[in-house]
Design a binder for this molecule. Structure first.
Ligand code: GCO
Ligand code: MG
Length: 408
């Protein structure tokens, strides 16, 4: 069996998805997702200009050797762009392998450990009342877990994860309107003082059963994070995410020593070497890597296994950054992983998205069920793809109130 061609597509409904299609001489094809938010043309170019030509003539069944070929073969290793490109190739090869076997992908990992996998959605409000309504909306839809982000009174801009317009726009992080990023102002003290009130009101209104998550988005110093985590303990959060910038693995020791709050880290990591210390020293409770920019299924499976040895559960990244292809790869891993925790999942339920990426996967009452179609269980409609073009967008840039550049 040989790879005969591989094509890269860029674009999608309100998103610049980077989709890879690997074609074989036996008519079976595999799909991969190399979307890297606001860097999409770079992963597309890396695939197109350097990697695709190396795939032609190779046996797609040797996904491990091909992973090693790209990873070890690259002198300049790692980084989100390279790992997202390798990730897309790897997903597509697993898709081919499972289609060849005539099995849904999770069967190749060891079958299912559960039927429905817990997911969480994003509730957001420019103020607390709007946030409470947003949570209510998800609870009514049957969600059992919700991430909550709230506007902070007196903070000049809304803060991470808070939509500027009240309403249900789900993908507001990328700004497509300018030629340079917008700037936001962050006030740590106001944030730390206000959030306990937010969680008090959430628990009063929704009780103890709702799983409540919160994302700090790397905004705190280790000491601030430790103090903040201690303050939040009575609210029994499901997790506190990215309290400090994740590249400093040692910083988490400080937070850990002072609080038992569950910590979730890792959405910006792209290899096992970014999180092995965190996992082996049991400094975190959830690992948040994504199959896209953490090198695909082959590499993320190694991270899952290492995490499992240390009581660390999975909580993969699933912001709208990912196309239904990599989300499907994660859902198959979730169905299998003995140490699965939760999956971030923002439903891309527009008719346009369903037409571009047809699939039978489904979400019922806050649980995700993978379909039993062979492979990843997601297709890609090339004719639909012709409707979309790349559109440049940016993440905002963050400054402290005195103008100091801060972590986004
Ligand atoms: C999350 C993340 C995202 C990121 C986004 C960046 O927990 O979902 O923090 O919202 O900000 O993926 O591109
Ligand atoms: Mg996050």
């Amino acid at each position: 069996m040989k790879i005969t061609d591989a094509k890269v597509f860029l674009g999608g409904p309100k998103k610049n998805y980077v989709t890879l299609k690997i074609i074989t001489d036996e008519g079976i094809y595999g799909l991969g997702d190399a979307t890297l938010n606001n860097r999409e043309t770079l992963t597309a170019a890396y695939l197109q200009d350097y990697l695709v030509q190396c795939l032609i003539g190779k046996d797609p069944r040797n996904s491990e050797d091909l992973w090693q070929y790209f990873y070890r073969g690259a002198y300049f290793r790692r980084g989100p762009i390279a790992m997202a490109a390798f990730g897309a190739i790897d997903m597509a090869l697993w898709d081919i392998k499972a289609k060849l076997a005539g099995l849904p992908l999770y069967q190749l990992f060891g079958g299912k450990s559960r039927d429905g996998c817990l997911v969480y959605a994003h509730a957001t409000g420019s103020n607390l009342e709007v946030l409470l309504d947003s949570i209510e909306d998800y609870v009514q839809q049957g969600y059992q877990a919700v991430r909550v982000q709230c506007g902070i009174p007196g903070m000049p801009t809304h803060g991470y994860g808070v939509s500027e317009q009240d309403g249900l726009e789900k993908n507001f992080i990328t700004d497509f309107s300018g030629s340079v990023p917008k700037e936001e102002i962050w006030d740590t003290d106001k944030y730390i003082r206000y959030m306990p009130e937010v969680f008090t009101r959430i628990r009063e209104r929704f009780g103890d059963e709702l799983k409540v998550l919160h994302d700090v988005h790397h905004r705190l110093l280790p000491r601030e994070a430790a103090a903040f985590a201690k303050t939040l303990e009575p609210f029994n959060l499901y997790w506190l995410e990215d309290p400090t910038p994740a590249e400093d693995q040692a910083a988490l020791r400080y937070v850990r020593q002072h609080s038992t709050i569950p910590l979730a880290i890792g959405e910006v990591f792209n290899s096992i070497y970014d999180c092995n210390k965190l996992i082996e020293e049991e400094l975190i409770d959830f690992i948040r890597v994504a199959v896209t920019y953490a090198g695909g299924i082959t590499h993320v499976k190694r991270i899952i296994d290492l995490a499992g040895l240390h009581h660390v559960r999975t909580g993969f990244h699933g912001a709208p950054s990912h196309s239904p292809i990599s989300m499907a790869a994660q859902h198959h891993l979730n169905a299998w992983a003995p140490n699965f925790g939760i999956q971030e999942y923002l439903v891309l339920d527009t008719p346009e998205c369903a037409a571009l990426f047809p699939s039978e996967h489904k979400l019922v009452d806050g649980l995700f069920y993978v379909s039993d179609a062979p492979g990843l269980g997601v297709d890609f409609d090339e004719t639909e793809a012709l409707r979309y073009r790349y559109e440049q967008g940016f993440h905002p840039v963050t400054r402290l109130v005195d103008g100091t550049l801060w972590n986004y």
